[in-house]
Design a protein around this ligand. Structure first.
Ligand code: KIV
Length: 258
């Protein structure tokens, strides 16, 4: 049965951990879905892992729609969420409604993700939710603010931790259906997870979240560079290199085709 937003809430109550991964094309999405991943995020990290940019900032709404449509074609069960790219939703609430609405209309996703929990973003989430666009929030390290925050852990001081907690609560009250907690201390993630009624999905936020997400290129050992909290479960870079070497050797030695 297809995963729904209601199912995610049920899993939080049942303490059944939610398994989330990113995808950027049809093939990866098809494999993840058949492997039983619950939530597939078309993260704007595709700017880096699929398009070769050095940050997530350059990816456009059109590029996100292009990749998300391909991902949706590969998925039968998982709940698919599309990251709203930088500058497609921060300018005004009407810009956010237009961009998120366009994503929902054109791709087949169940919801969108936006970064930040400052007052105007909370208002934006409330408006999107009111008109029927499900929104996943994202607090802590928000990569679209890399030029202000860097990639360092957030929420280390009491002041910062309280701010992030307040943002998470405000986003939940505004109607967000889930929250990504990125690169924050695990005690803070545990507090947020206990205080908000919606599922928290952690990345570099410890074990006390309602679910975990990784960038799939990191999990597969494909990324050129990966954050310290990521874990590779296989070294596909090495496996692919060996396969390509073997192919090249067989071509040069006239062994392929046989
Ligand atoms: O863009 C992305 O891949 C993300 C995950 C790190 C949650 O936002």
């Amino acid at each position: 049965m297809a995963v729904t937003i209601q199912q995610l809430s049920k899993w939080k109550k049942e303490k059944r951990s939610i398994v989330a991964l990113t995808a950027w094309d049809y093939s990866i999405a098809h494999v993840l879905d058949e492997a039983g991943v619950d939530v597939i995020l078309v993260g704007d990290s595709l700017a880096m892992v699929a398009l070769g940019h050095s940050t997530t900032l350059p990816v456009t709404l059109e590029e996100m729609i292009h990749h998300t449509t391909a991902v949706c074609r590969g998925v039968k069960r998982a709940l698919v969420v599309c990251d709203m790219p930088f500058l497609s939703y921060q300018q005004s609430i009407s810009q956010a409604i237009y961009s998120a609405g366009k994503v929902l209309k054109e791709t087949g996703v169940a919801g969108v993700k936006v970064e930040g929990g400052y007052p105007r973003m909370v208002e934006t989430v409330a408006e999107l939710t009111t008109i029927g666009i499900p929104v996943m929030g994202h607090v802590g390290l928000t990569p679209q603010s890399v030029h202000r925050l860097g990639y360092k852990q957030q929420g280390k001081t009491v002041y910062e931790a309280n701010r992030i907690l307040a943002e998470a609560i405000a986003l939940a009250e505004a109607g967000a259906f889930a929250l990504v907690l990125e690169h924050i201390p695990q005690e803070l993630a545990a507090t947020i997870t206990a205080k908000v009624p919606i599922p928290t999905i952690g990345i570099g936020a410890g074990v006390h979240c309602d679910g975990q997400v990784l960038v799939t290129a990191d999990l597969l050992g494909l990324s050129v560079k990966q954050p310290p909290f990521a874990k590779s479960y296989v070294n596909l870079r090495e496996i692919i290199t060996n396969a390509v070497d073997k192919f090249a050797r067989e071509v040069k030695e006239n062994k392929f085709p046989s």
